[in-house]
Design a protein around this ligand. Structure first.
Ligand code: B3K
Ligand code: ZN
Length: 874
């Protein structure tokens, strides 16, 4: 675990021209021959040695131009192979032989086994667990791959690029050869082999080339891959139409595996997926699962251009591919579904995941400058804030200006390993604009806070904005950012005012450009006092401090033409009520809720002119984690929970008739369809059922919904309602049993069963989780199982995890220490659930610190966990 600094970047001494790999597969002893052609880079000292990375490797053979290299000419450790006395100019060939043990690979990095299938994961630094190699993203080469294996066990043998040929030969063995002509870094290498089922389709590209599409799954699961295939074809079409990007090989393949550290991986021409994000049918997948599959299939496919054709110079540039590709998948989903509802979901996610990260000990810039373990930087800041930064570029430049910049980026950098500066320069050059102040979004961590004050007098509206950016680890002082704020001045009748003049700063269309620490904008010719709607569509990822009167928020919730802002106004109405309820609950006082807020909420819920998915979002109050974030410090999760429950009950009581009506009107008849409109109706109906459970205070209606559900969305919602609202009821117990029996042979559905139980609020939940860990359906070495039980408990069960006696933190510490030796990445990721520990009230914070220190003291820690725990305690 050495510290790596961006400032230390320099290119390699040797240029890699070609890679030729031969794998002789064996579950415990796979032979890897790597033939690598290099030449010394021009200008590099003729004595400089060739240094190759390894990780837990053992060298078995080393050839230079096919002749054995004498021991005196090289040094080798499991992490490094250094070869001296190499040619000054002429290209040469190095052949490295290693033997690796896929079966023993529990880290799931490099070549490993999952349910009898060979599979690889190389990003970020997994390739060096396969062979000694210059394992960094700026070393690009074409690859030829030969896979040799037992024919019966491996009817499928896949790698990147186009298929060259293959056949069976002596002693039951077979080979397959693949060639990827597009130069790529090692992190995009993939190999899959084993006995898999497949569905096949084709896509005709914009220049009329036919591409074969294949999705591989375990036998018997082929039917559940149809939706993923459909999403893939829509993604390919969309990228042609929206970004002009065409696919560039004869074949595109996806493989679904059941043991995977994350969602999916964009290996060139051979994406590997966590099967959770491929497999779906109405009986086993929820609407959210369908939406996730659509988004992740698209995301990985879009990487073919943003990530693969143009890759990253070094890992500090990770947002170059991830932030941009998330932006692209967000836009895709917005086009496939409802744009406003998609935006609401994105902002909810950003605020509940990224804002806490940016406000805590793990905060880092979108483009970091230092890391100790790169795997810990696949964060919501790099991904989601990175996407928001890209979105702001599009907002600043407009659709055409953004497109011109993207076109230039593809033209100028195709085949390159690029930097964030290269990317920004393309937008500057294509638009003749200086984005240097804007670029601070990449370099300064922390969520900016914009304070707002307004005044109206005799036709003139004055708006004063002030920005502050909180200190973050390693960054105490900050420069003012360029913050694009979409705004509208809404008049009494709901129309939008058109000012006669604006002064005080740049205003283009409906965008205010806040560039100074403090700025006052003056609008003239406004006929009556307007209501300011600010940061519409969430044009900038910021917090607003704006004491807007209730009647103004109600006015926005009713009249804004931007649907997102209507939701945001409802959210802003909810927050003070939830905060007041939290303090009332803590003080043992009865909770009161502002009737104006309830009325606005119910008005939106009942408004048939609004799409059901929006109305469901309106009814979904800020989460307990959102309330904790709004409070900022000295948090008591029990009080937050009790206060929020009381607010829900008050809404339920006032809106009983509305919810009863919705529970009837929003029934979806006929065969299940996963489209956004049907999903929206189901979500509104389920939201209504949730409130009815409060109003009626009996499990009967939820039990009926459970019994009658004909799809997984309704079934899982009913089970959640029964177990979370009425945990001790016979109905809840029965439903859990029925569910477990019905889906015992489907681990992905059992994950929902784990997750629902792991998130039942209250102090009993630890013992429930412990019992479930003993269940035969649990498997401590499968990441999906661990995330669904331990991860869900720590991330999404505020009262259970943050038990006042600290038992939750001690439990987590023990789990982290148990997972870490097997799978450091998984352990480190789950540990980030404690990233906001300092904002807890002091008794809980003391317990949390003690648990973190216990982890820190452990004699053997992975770099992954050590990096996280030390940053959290700093
Ligand atoms: N690029 C991968 C993530 C790799 C994570 C390595 N620890 C998936 C994605 O973002 O598309
Ligand atoms: Zn990605």
């Amino acid at each position: 675990g050495q510290i790596v600094n961006l400032a230390d970047y320099r290119p390699t001494d040797f240029v890699l021209e070609r890679v030729d790999l031969t794998f002789e597969l064996d579950p415990t002893n796979t032979k890897v021959d790597a033939r690598l052609i290099f030449h010394r880079r021009e200008g590099v000292d003729a004595k400089a040695p060739l240094v190759l990375d390894g990780d837990e490797l053992k060298l078995s053979g080393l050839l230079f131009d096919q002749r054995e290299v004498p021991a005196s000419q090289y040094d080798v450790t499991p992490e490094l192979l250094t070869i001296r006395d190499l040619p000054a100019e002429a290209p040469f060939e190095i052949t490295v032989t290693t033997y690796i043990n896929p079966e023993a690979n529990t880290q799931l990095m490099g070549l490993y086994r999952t349910n009898g299938i060979y599979c690889t994961q190389c990003e970020a630094e997994g390739f060096r667990r396969i062979t000694y190699f210059p394992d960094r993203p700026d070393v690009l080469a074409p690859y030829t791959i030969t896979i040799i294996g037992d024919k019966a066990a491996n009817p499928v043998m896949l790698s990147n690029g186009n298929f060259l040929g293959g056949a069976g030969y002596d002693e039951g063995r077979a080979f397959a050869a693949w060639f990827d002509p597009h130069p790529k870094p090692s992190y995009l290498f993939a190999l899959v082999a084993g006995d898999l089922g497949v569905i096949e389709d084709k896509f005709v590209t914009m220049s009329e080339r036919e591409v074969t599409l294949k999705i591989y799954v375990e036998h018997g699961k082929e039917d559940r891959a149809a939706y993923a295939m459909d999403a893939l074809k829509r993604s390919m079409k969309w990228d042609e139409e929206r970004f002009g990007r065409e696919y560039d090989l004869d074949i595109f393949q996806i493989v679904a595996v059941s043991d995977f550290n994350m969602g999916a991986m964009e290996n060139k021409g051979l994406n590997v997926f966590n099967d959770k994000y491929v497999l779906a049918d109405p009986a086993t997948a929820t609407d959210q699962d369908y939406a996730n599959i659509e988004a992740i299939i698209a995301h990985e496919y879009f990487h073919n251009w943003t990530g693969n054709r143009i890759t990253c110079r070094d890992w500090f540039q990770l947002c170059l591919k991830e932030g941009l590709t998330v932006y692209r998948d967000h836009e895709f989903s917005a086009d496939m579904r409802s744009r406003a509802v998609k935006r609401i979901a994105e902002v909810r996610h950003l605020k509940s995941e990224q804002f806490p990260e940016d406000a805590g000990p793990l905060a880092h810039p979108v483009r970091p400058t230092v890391y100790r373990e790169i795997n810990n930087f696949y964060t919501t800041t790099v991904y989601e804030k990175g996407s928001e930064v890209t979105r702001m570029i599009a907002t600043l430049l407009g659709a055409d200006g953004f497109k011109a910049g993207m076109d230039l980026y593809f033209e100028r950098h195709d085949g390159d390993a690029a930097t964030v500066e290269d990317f920004v320069k393309c937008f500057e050059d294509a638009n003749g604009r200086d984005l240097s102040q804007f670029s601070r979004w990449y370099h300064q961590a922390g969520t900016p806070l914009v304070s707002v004050s307004t005044a109206y007098d005799a036709g003139t509206f004055t708006l004063t904005l002030e920005q502050t950016i909180p200190a973050t680890p390693g960054q105490t002082t900050k420069e003012p950012m360029h913050i694009p704020l979409s705004f509208a001045l809404i008049l009494d009748n709901g129309s939008i005012a058109e000012p006669a003049s604006v002064s005080g700063g740049e205003v283009s269309g409906d965008i205010l450009h806040l560039t100074e620490r403090s700025q006052t904008f003056v609008f003239t010719g406004i006929s009556s006092r307007p209501v300011l709607s600010l940061n519409r569509s969430f044009s900038a990822p910021i917090n607003l401090a704006f004491d807007q009167p209730t009647e103004d928020l109600v006015h926005i919730a009713r009249h804004d033409t931007d649907l997102f802002s209507r939701w945001q106004a409802l959210n802003d109405l909810a927050v003070p009520n939830l905060i007041q309820a939290t303090s009332d609950a803590r003080d043992g006082k009865p909770v009161t809720v502002d009737p104006a807020f309830i009325a606005a909420l119910l008005e939106a819920a009942a408004d048939a002119k609004l799409e059901p998915a929006f109305r469901a979002q309106a009814l979904t109050l800020p989460s307990e984690a959102d309330i904790a974030r709004e409070l900022g410090c000295n948090n008591n999760p029990d009080a937050i929970h009790a206060g929020r429950q009381a607010v829900l009950a008050a809404i339920a009581e006032a809106g009983c008739d509305t919810f009863l009506a919705l529970s009837e009107e929003m029934r979806v008849e006929g065969a299940f369809k996963p489209d956004a409109a049907s999903a929206g109706k189901r979500s509104l109906r389920n939201a209504a059922l949730g409130y009815l459970a409060f109003a009626e205070n009996t499990p009967a209606r939820a039990a009926e919904a459970f019994a009658k559900a004909d799809n997984m969305t309704d079934l899982a919602q009913a089970l959640t309602l029964l177990t979370h609202r009425f945990p001790a009821s016979a109905e809840a117990k029965d439903a859990l049993e029925t569910f477990a029996k019905r889906f015992a042979d489907n681990p992905l559905v059992i994950d929902k069963w784990f997750l629902i139980q792991a998130t039942i609020p209250g102090e009993d939940s630890i013992s429930r989780v412990k019992t479930l860990m003993e269940d035969e359906k649990f498997n401590a070495s499968n990441p999906n199982r661990v995330r669904s039980l331990v991860g869900a408990f720590a991330f999404s069960n505020a009262t259970g995890f943050n038990r006042a006696d600290g038992e939750g933190y001690r439990f987590l510490a023990a789990q982290i220490l148990a997972i870490d030796p097997k799978n450091p990445q998984l352990a480190a990721r789950i540990l980030t659930s404690m990233r906001s520990w300092r904002s807890l009230e002091s008794a809980r914070a003391d317990h949390a610190r003690a648990a973190l220190m216990e982890i820190e003291r452990a004699p053997q820690l992975s770099t992954d966990v050590r990096d996280i725990v030390e940053r959290m305690l700093k």
